[in-house]
Design a protein around this ligand. Structure first.
Ligand SMILES: C[S@@+](CC[C@H](N)C(=O)[O-])C[C@H]1O[C@@H](n2cnc3c(N)ncnc32)[C@H](O)[C@@H]1O
Length: 284
């Protein structure tokens, strides 16, 4: 099981690499696509559009989607706001899928994808007007490095928007089963910690919006899809080896209760990189 960073301290480089690879593999798996579809975050298109609005995207915006998964949000933002988007994700498999979707939809050149690590972004300083990161910041072992990278790659005055899983302060013990299955979620934090990370990286005007209801919706959807997939398996209509469906259903119920009791949640957090003049004024 991935150790709980709050309880055990930072991971060493080997453990951190394992967590990232485990997360990338999980989101390439057939079971995740069957349970979540191609958009891997609670709130789906509506919450991505909300992010696009709080980031004030326009057709001139150069947007970076950090941990872009199958490219669903990058494509949606380009279609809704007319902006150009580059997505970066650790998973070669997801990047290949995202590229072929962008090509299929005639967005070649305006929506592009790269394999890369959000903690070491393969982009120049000040090359993006806006950055989104959906349901992924919580999985990064080195959140400080990722927040610093967002600040480096954004131009002065640019905005970053995260949408992410939140967890009440305290040890992750009660979620041990859930975290063992979705190991990279063990490091989800209270929304205030995400804000603090952005603040530490120099961002200002940090805002937080609660979206627990979309997490409830997603968990309910996963519950009913798990049930359907299990029935199909029983009828020999699909093969999915290595999944303990009883444990998965138990975890789903456990997660539902945790959201209802505000121990798990979902939030949108956004902030601005200071304009150059403001940054100079704050320099002693
Ligand atoms: C929960 S999915 C979210 C995907 C996408 N943002 C969405 O909402 O559909 C998490 C994604 O983060 C990617 N990922 C995990 N760690 C990463 C890292 N350090 N750098 C880039 N991508 C990462 C995984 O490969 C996976 O595609």
């Amino acid at each position: 099981m991935r150790p709980d960073a709050e309880a055990t301290g930072p991971l060493d480089a080997r453990e951190a690499a394992q967590v990232k690879q485990c997360c990338a593999r999980l989101y390439e798996s057939e079971i995740v696509t069957r349970l979540l579809g191609d958009s891997f975050h609670p709130g789906g298109a509506a919450l991505t559009e909300r992010l696009g609005r709080v980031l004030a995207l326009t057709p001139n915006s150069r947007v970076l989607d950090a941990a872009s998964g199958k490219g669903t949000s990058a494509i949606l933002l380009a279609q809704r706001f007319g902006c150009s988007v580059v997505g970066v994700d650790l998973s070669h498999h997801n990047v290949a899928h995202a590229r072929s979707e962008a090509d299929r939809l005639g967005l070649t050149g305006r929506v592009t994808f790269k394999v890369g690590d959000a903690e070491r972004l393969p982009f120049d300083d000040a090359s993006a007007d806006a950055i989104i990161c959906e349901c992924a910041f919580c999985t990064f072992p080195d959140k400080r490095a990722a927040a610093d990278e967002f600040a480096r790659v954004l131009r002065p005055g640019g905005r970053v928007g995260l949408s992410d899983l939140t967890r009440a302060p305290g040890p992750a013990g009660e979620f041990a089963d859930l975290m063992a299955w979705v190991a990279c979620l063990a490091d989800a934090c209270p929304a205030d910690s995400y804000s603090a990370r952005l603040g530490d990286a120099g961002f200002i005007d940090v805002s937080v919006e609660n979206h627990d209801s979309v997490l409830l919706e997603m968990i309910r959807k996963i519950g009913s899809r798990l049930f359907a997939v299990d029935v199909l398996r029983g009828l020999n209509k699909i093969e999915l080896d290595g999944i303990d469906f009883d444990a998965a259903k138990r975890m789903t119920r456990q997660a539902l209760v945790a959201v209802e009791e505000h121990r798990l949640g979902y939030a949108v957090v956004w902030a601005s990189k200071p304009e150059l003049s403001a940054a100079r004024a704050n320099t002693p």
